[in-house]
Design a protein around this ligand. Structure first.
Ligand code: A3P
Length: 289
């Protein structure tokens, strides 16, 4: 199983989708000022946010025009995540029409500098650590591209120590917290999107300057509901569909965390992120005891 992963600058990545030689040239990616950058630690709901934002950004296009845009991406063989694929992608991405929607799981200190030098806006998605940990556990075990764990306890230790692909959840949030006051950055949580998707989408649309009418928001909310996305998952995500759209709820951690693990998580979260602005974006009652 070890050979399914590789380490680059101290962080693990899955060898099947990422390559060291691509990470080596990641800094050559040229951001455009109208790029829409979406960021989330793995399992924070990135695929959901991606779909929502694509729908919000493209609401003005007809079905036909949307297909053309998707085909352009397919033809150029660009990838779902900025850090996936072969080293030639950053060159090919130059040919994509604006407005590009770029998704990544990376921390800001690992992103290409042009993202911060350009006027591109960045939306950072956060999810409470316990549900994120549970989601990632099932993902490791259900996805053939990642090694499986014999037990939840063994996995839990790796989550707490940041020994998973894309590194530590806690470091990811700490690094993004440094940018939280930047006016070109907005954070949104999985939990608030679940609670009121339309309100969440309105915040997103106003941040990126998309103009939509009320009907657009309710149409997109229906189209991006967990049920609707799960039903279409084999079409949209092929053989990864089942693993990607698992439960889609808040509070699933209660099924699997022991009391001691709950306390350990609480303490670790307080010690590393307590008092930070990014932590206040994560609903307290979801991660507390
Ligand atoms: P669970 O494993 O808790 O179900 P990512 O896309 O970053 O890999 O995150 C995956 C998580 O987002 C999974 O969480 C998945 O079920 C959830 N998810 C995907 N689509 C969703 C949707 N439309 N609504 C709510 N949650 C969704």
């Amino acid at each position: 199983p070890e050979d399914m992963l590789f380490s680059y600058k101290g962080i693990l990545y899955p060898i099947t989708v990422c390559r060291p030689e691509t990470l080596e040239v990641l800094h050559t990616f040229e951001a455009r000022s109208d790029d829409v950058i979406l960021v989330g630690y793995p399992k924070s709901g990135t695929n959901w946010l991606e779909q929502m934002v694509k729908e919000l950004a493209d609401a003005k296009y007809t079905e036909e025009e949307m297909k053309e845009r998707i085909n352009a991406e397919k033809k150029l063989e660009t990838f779902q995540r900025l850090e996936f694929g072969d080293p030639g992608i950053y060159e090919r991405m130059k040919q994509l029409p604006s407005r590009r929607i770029i998704v990544t799981h990376l921390r800001p200190d690992l992103l290409p500098p042009s993202i911060f030098q350009s006027k591109a806006k960045i939306l950072v998605l956060v999810r409470n650590p316990k549900d994120t940990a549970v989601s990632y556990y099932h993902f490791y075990n259900n996805l053939p591209l990642l090694p499986s764990y014999d037990s939840w306890d063994e996995y839990f230790a790796d989550f707490m120590n940041g020994k998973l692909t894309w590194g530590s959840y806690f470091d990811h949030l700490l690094e993004w917290n440094k940018y939280i006051d930047n006016e070109r950055i907005m954070t949104i949580s999985y939990e608030e999107l679940k609670e009121d998707p339309i309100l969440g989408m309105k915040k997103i649309a106003s941040f990126f300057g998309f103009s939509l009418c009320e009907e657009d928001f309710s149409r997109i909310a229906k189209k991006t509901s967990f049920k609707a996305m799960k039903e279409k998952s084999s079409e949209t995500h092929g053989k990864f569909g089942d693993a990607l759209f698992r439960k889609g709820v808040v509070g699933n951690w209660r099924d699997i965390f022991s009391k001691a693990q709950n306390e350990e998580m609480y303490q670790k979260f307080q010690d590393s992120l307590g008092g930070t602005k990014i932590a206040s974006k994560i609903k307290y009652d979801v991660y507390c005891k």
